[in-house]
Design a protein around this ligand. Structure first.
Ligand SMILES: C[S@@+](CC[C@H](N)C(=O)[O-])C[C@H]1O[C@@H](n2cnc3c(N)ncnc32)[C@H](O)[C@@H]1O
Length: 334
């Protein structure tokens, strides 16, 4: 056994990250047929055909009888589909002499697609032709990690928390190696987390840089929970980041902002800006989050993650321009 183990070649950081990316793609790809079904049920192919030329999401809103508040969700649906599901060869074609697009096979394809009613369809379609619109991420009565989710949908709440606990081990080491410069020189840091295991990144930072005075902003349950005996010195403080962020030289937010709307992100970042010193005095905000790369190999996975966020949270995944926009609105200069 020992000699077998020593023959195993340890994957490189790049291979591990690629494997993680591949797993994300596999586990989220169920959202592609759901999104396609939602597009077909809404009548998007026919609406584009009737439009007679390239149609923007704004053009499609009245044609699909969707309230204008659904425009941001429609945009997100439409940016996923061309990446895989709706290549030019699946565009509707006109039958000779017919006025309707040729969709005779559509019924068959539609029946083969998983029902979108539980997720994508409900977010994009609900409220069609109607003034009452349920917000995104409220399919379970509350958004992911919102305190009230526990009483509204305990199974979903527990599953999300167990997933957070199980998530992200090797990525932390790689991030600390790749971005070492970012952490050099930091004296104090505030970090955000909520479930029993999702302070792993804060613990790893403090173990790698023991001089950093680290405060974790967490809910009361997390503060009372037993912590691993790994020597990491962390001060746990209870609070709501919209009202109070413990002052520090650095505030680090990992996978927090993608849960929130642009307006909420601006509020959170403006709060962060207030509690750090000036750039000259080493003040900084470190954000670890998804960056949609329109020309990168992970584009489809990023867009699937965005559809996932659309169904479970108020948030979204953002590209560089969308991130820049919220940084600037929060008062940062770059
Ligand atoms: C996806 S988790 C990320 C946790 C951790 N940073 C990580 O990457 O493992 C988002 C976290 O934001 C926390 N959170 C949500 N609303 C908050 C609020 N109003 N104030 C402080 N933290 C909050 C939740 O408790 C949750 O743990």
């Amino acid at each position: 056994m020992a000699s077998q183990a020593s023959n195993v070649v340890r994957p490189s950081d790049a291979e591990l990250l690629q494997a993680q990316a591949d797993l994300w793609w596999v586990s989220l790809s169920y959202l592609t047929p759901m999104s396609l079904r939602c597009a077909v049920e809404l009548g998007i192919p026919t609406a584009i055909h009737r439009h007679g030329r390239a149609a923007s999401p704004t053009d499609l809103i009245p044609a699909l009888s969707l309230p204008s508040a659904k425009l941001p969700f429609l945009r997100r649906l439409l940016r996923l589909l061309p990446v895989r599901a709706c290549s030019p060869s699946t565009r509707p074609r006109r039958r000779r002499g017919a006025h309707q697009p040729h969709l005779s096979g559509a019924r068959l394809y539609l029946d083969a697609l998983p029902r979108s009613g539980d997720g994508v369809g409900r977010v994009v379609q609900e409220g069609r032709g109607d003034a009452a619109i349920r917000g995104a991420g409220e399919l379970h009565g509350a958004t992911l990690f919102q305190e009230s989710l526990e009483s509204l949908d305990a199974d979903f709440h527990n599953m999300a928390n167990e997933d957070m606990d199980a998530h992200d081990n090797f990525g932390i080491e790689i991030a600390l190696r790749e971005f070492r410069d970012l952490f050099e020189g930091i004296q104090s840091m505030t970090y955000f987390c909520g479930t029993s295991g999702d302070d792993k990144f804060a613990r790893a930072i403090v173990k790698a840089f023991p001089h950093i005075k680290c405060t974790v902003l967490a809910p009361p349950k997390m503060i009372g929970a037993t912590k691993p005996d790994d020597g990491a010195m962390i001060n746990y403080v209870e609070g709501d980041m919209f009202n109070f962020i413990p002052p520090a030289q650095t505030v680090a937010l990992k996978l927090v902002l993608h849960h929130w709307t642009d307006e909420d992100c601006v509020k959170i970042l403006a709060q962060c800006r207030k509690v750090i010193p000036s750039r000259e005095d080493g003040g900084k905000v470190i954000i670890g989050d998804i960056l949609i790369d329109h020309s990168g190999p992970m584009l489809e996975t990023h867009l699937l993650m965005d559809i996932g966020m659309m169904t479970m949270t108020k948030g979204r995944q953002r590209d560089e321009n969308e991130w820049r926009d919220i940084f600037m609105k929060a008062g940062f200069s770059d």
